[in-house]
Ligand binder design. Structure first.
Ligand SMILES: Nc1ncnc2c1ncn2[C@@H]1O[C@H](COP(=O)(O)OP(=O)(O)O)[C@@H](O)[C@H]1O
Ligand SMILES: [Mg+2]
Length: 243
């Protein structure tokens, strides 16, 4: 599988504090990679590097063959930030149309793109509803639709399922799986280890350092734990015993 993102010894220092330290990892194209680790471990910072919003102190981040932040990447990446980024007083369709308008190169197909993006997150029945009248899960799906509308080959989703009930979470993961099957590359962060089960591969972070890069099955086999939460803890304890 070709690599969509390659991080090589990536180090980021923010306000004299080393937030990411020599992280090397790969995100494969056309699959879901989970970026997992406890709050404060550097997930958002890593995503900000990939979308070109965070200065790198040393090392490199290569995204779709370009250095992170390159102009050529602007229309290639959909980014859903951790905090809500849609307009509460606009309807679902108005929000998605607004994001579509940011990509003038796609003007000719904008109408179809908006309809497809809304359908892809299962909000067809809600297109005329104001965003502030939606449930938490529907709200997250509007953000994802806004990121999808330009049909970027790479989606960076920062904790999109946080605060959702289990049913909505499962629904959203089904959408992500469908997107990956249609060729989109997804990097999805979470601080909830259970979510790792939905991913094809995992990047596990702790305190700004890479703990491991592996598949959910490898994580279970390697640790002998069936719960991914316990497996992550086992990995960390093992590393601490060796350091
Ligand atoms: N603007 C900032 N300046 C300095 N340090 C920051 C800033 N934002 C976050 N940090 C620190 O960087 C570390 C990683 O944060 P973050 O990337 O947001 O982690 P996560 O998304 O995994 O919760 C934390 O220790 C946090 O305190
Ligand atoms: Mg974060």
């Amino acid at each position: 599988m070709p690599a969509a993102i390659v991080l090589d010894s990536l180090t980021v220092v923010r306000s004299h504090h080393t937030v990411l330290e020599a992280v090397s990892a790969t995100v494969n194209a056309g699959s879901i990679t989970g970026l997992l680790g406890p709050s404060g471990c550097g997930k958002t910072t890593l995503m900000r590097v990939i979308v070109g919003a965070q200065r790198i102190s040393s090392g490199t981040a290569t995204v779709l063959g370009h250095p992170a932040g390159a102009r050529a990447l602007r229309s290639q990446i959909g980014y859903v930030t951790q905090s809500p980024s849609v307009y509460a007083d606009l309807t679902v369709e108005q929000n998605v149309r607004y994001f579509a308008a940011l990509y003038p190169a796609r003007r000719a197909t904008a109408h179809a793109d908006v309809a497809d993006a809304i359908a892809a997150v299962g909000l067809d029945g809600m297109r005329d509803r104001r965003t502030d009248a939606l449930s938490g899960g529907q709200h997250s799906r509007v953000s994802v639709a806004c990121a999808l509308v330009a049909r970027p080959p790479l989606l960076i989703l920062d904790e999109p399922t946080v605060g959702l009930d289990p049913v909505l979470r499962a629904e959203l993961w089904e959408r992500f799986t469908a997107l990956a099957q249609s060729g989109t590359t997804l990097l999805v962060s979470s601080h909830v280890m259970d979510e790792a089960a939905h991913c094809d591969s995992l990047i596990l972070l702790r305190d700004g350092r890479l703990v491991s890069e592996l598949t959910p099955d490898e994580l279970r086999e390697d640790t002998g734990e069936s719960s991914l939460d316990d497996a992550f803890l086992t990995l960390i304890r093992r590393q601490e015993a060796h350091s």
